[in-house]
Ligand binder design. Structure first.
Ligand code: DHB
Ligand code: MG
Length: 621
């Protein structure tokens, strides 16, 4: 008999969010959190009395799960201890007014502390005794940079030695995983001594632990730590308290707390799904499984009339044929092989002028309704439907950058699918060998990069590859590929690491749609004949390629002649060329994969970006 799924309390530290304490509490409640860790500085800066904050939390349905942090308490000389206990009593008074009964003590970084676990245990015992008299419990957390206590194993040895029922440990995934700690030995701690759990992810970095922790923590699923393994180990040890997020991050600290709290909740739900066999339960409902994807159905570009013309001629030059007009909307379908591009000249948005911009992606999934329910369960904004009664009932959700994501039924016949909404147009070109859509590269606003990774990872069940960074003509670019287990849907997300000044173009790295071919040279020749503006790649690139990879001279010559870029990895090869950007925001690339090559030629991107710029300066397009 399987155990019924449990709904765990979900909590968030106020330090994760921007604004006043009131802003933070409102956002946490709206995103569905059950509780908060109140960070001391947020309370100190608030004009509301502790009683008022307590009432606000109660009104918002938020428990105050933790009051934190109490610093630099233990292993100090007697006179310092006296002052520390006095300070603690003041905080216990405050906690009584707040109605909070769990306080966090983090391991000391004080120069006054001494390296003496017996003394630390004795003094924490005294503190716990004082707290217990007030109905308060203490959890002790090893900061990764604690002066002497910097591992959870040592914090637990001290807590065990102190042996007080009101004293337990607080586990924080960052402090443990940043130091390469082993979470599996958490099970040696009795469950009743696991008082609290803080969860944070982070990118892999080689930097000072304190700086890494205070600036670069991420919500689970956005970084590179094995949070699912960590949470699994903590739950296996019998921890039954709230799952709480504690993320110090420079971007989230400045972001609108409403969407940031939603991002946080999504991360927790996705983490529970990865760590707990029964998955998360929200309001008694569980989450449908990630959709089974079967490749992109279409890419939709938004354009004004002028941009629509330019996109149309670019597509025609790439061998696409106009294959249909939407029955009720100003949308044209362009088709070649399995590649379908929609050009929508309906909504007039600034970004659609000039050369158009990515507006939507459609993916084939076996059960679009379940996929939409999952997206809703993960708090993705569901977009209003605008279909007429006789049109396909397509559900879509908004990605963090506003791109609409449509779920289309795999294998539906034309009448039953979105294609049935188009009046077919006959005729057209013979094509240029494009067989489908290989990937879509989506430039993300820097502030939404991590959120976007998590969005696609959780909503679509895509797996992120490790991030790569490269130096491009207008600054460092961070790029991360997310793809489904079958490799049918690939999205490359990238972003400028820093944005400063006004020298760089407004859109330094436009989005692009990568079209697949089985013969990149044949397609390159065909599209040149059709008049496609293939971007010229300089000799320096090919000289370097030869130096690095010792290519077959015949292949090297063909690459050079056709301005085709090249990459290879242990599994295969990648050959690709680009055409000019018809405007500033979106362009097309044609790619050929040989063998099991996994990437998207990211190391060639700076060369391609420089080539695009040269062309723009020379021709104005
Ligand atoms: O960086 C800090 O000071 C700090 C404070 C409290 C915590 O729980 C923590 O993990 C870090
Ligand atoms: Mg912590």
């Amino acid at each position: 008999m399987s155990t019924p799924p449990v709904e765990r309390a979900r909590s968030i530290a106020t330090v994760c969010l921007s604004g006043s304490l009131e802003d933070k509490l409102t956002a946490a409640s709206a995103a569905g959190f059950d509780g908060v860790e109140i960070f001391e500085n947020d309370l100190i800066a608030s004009a509301a009395t502790p009683e008022r904050i307590r009432a606000q939390c109660a009104d918002l349905g938020l428990a105050i799960d933790l009051y934190q942090p109490f610093r630099d308490f233990e292993a100090v000389p007697r006179d310092v201890l006296r002052a520390n206990l006095r300070r603690a009593e003041h905080k216990f008074d405050l906690m009584a007014r707040l109605g909070a009964d769990l306080a966090l003590v983090c391991s000391s970084v004080s120069p006054e502390a001494v390296d003496d676990d017996d003394l630390a245990a004795e003094q924490l015992h005294d503190l716990a005794e004082l707290a217990a008299g007030r109905g308060i419990r203490i959890c002790y957390e090893a900061l990764a940079w604690g002066r002497f206590v910097d591992t959870y194993e040592r914090a637990w040895r001290i807590v065990r030695r102190a042996d007080h029922p009101a004293l337990g440990v607080c586990l924080d995934s960052f402090h443990i995983l940043s130091r390469g700690g082993d979470p599996t030995t958490i099970r040696t701690i009795p469950a009743e001594k696991l008082f609290f759990l803080q969860l944070a992810d982070a990118p892999r970095m080689n930097m000072d632990l304190l700086q890494w922790s205070r600036h670069h923590r991420l919500f689970p699923g956005q970084g590179e730590f094995d949070l699912a393994g960590f949470l699994g180990a903590v739950l296996a040890a019998g921890y039954a308290g709230p799952l709480s997020l504690e993320v110090f991050n420079d971007v989230f600290r400045q972001a609108d707390p409403g969407p940031a709290a939603v991002d946080a909740m999504r991360s927790l739900l996705a983490l529970e799904e990865a760590a707990v066999p029964a998955g998360p339960v929200v309001g008694g409902r569980s989450l449908p499984e990630p959709p089974e994807l079967a490749g992109p159905a279409f890419v939709e570009l938004g354009a004004d009339a002028g941009a629509g013309e330019r996109l149309g001629s670019t597509l025609a030059a790439l061998g696409f044929r106009p294959a249909g007009r939407h029955r009720s909307k100003p949308v044209r379908l362009w088709e070649q092989g399995d590649a379908r591009i929609l050009v929508n000249t309906g909504p007039d948005r600034p970004e659609h002028r000039g050369g158009g911009a990515l507006a939507a992606i459609g993916v084939h999934s076996a059960d679009p309704r379940a996929a939409t329910r999952r997206a809703e369960g993960l708090l993705a904004p569901v977009l209003p439907r605008s279909a007429r009664p006789d049109e396909a009932d397509l559900s879509s959700v908004a990605a963090p950058d506003g791109t609409a994501l449509f779920f289309c039924r795999t294998g539906a016949d034309r009448d039953a699918s979105w294609l049935g909404d188009f009046d077919p147009e006959p005729g057209g070109t013979a094509g240029a060998g494009v067989t489908g859509i290989d990937h879509v590269a989506m430039t993300q606003p820097f502030d939404h990069f991590d959120e976007a990774i998590l969005f696609y990872r959780s909503v679509l069940g895509l797996d992120p590859e490790p991030p790569v960074e490269f130096a491009a003509p207008f600054g460092l670019v961070r790029s991360r590929l997310v793809l489904d287990p079958g490799g049918t849907v690939r999205l490359a997300l990238d972003s400028a690491v820093l944005r400063r000044g006004s020298w760089a173009p407004a859109v330094p790295n436009p989005q692009h749609v990568a079209l697949s071919t089985d013969d990149v040279f044949a397609t390159a020749r065909a599209v040149r004949e059709l008049g496609a503006p293939v971007v010229a790649i300089p000799d320096n690139y090919y000289d370097d390629l030869d130096a690095r990879l010792e290519l077959d001279p015949e292949l090297a010559a063909r690459l050079r002649e056709c301005s085709v870029l090249y990459d290879r990895d242990a599994r295969g090869e990648y050959l690709h060329f680009s055409v000019a950007v018809p405007g500033s925001r979106v362009f097309f690339e044609v790619v050929q994969r040989v063998g099991g090559y996994r990437g998207r030629g990211e190391h060639n991107t700076p060369v391609r970006m420089a080539a695009h710029r040269r062309r723009r300066l020379a021709t104005g397009s």
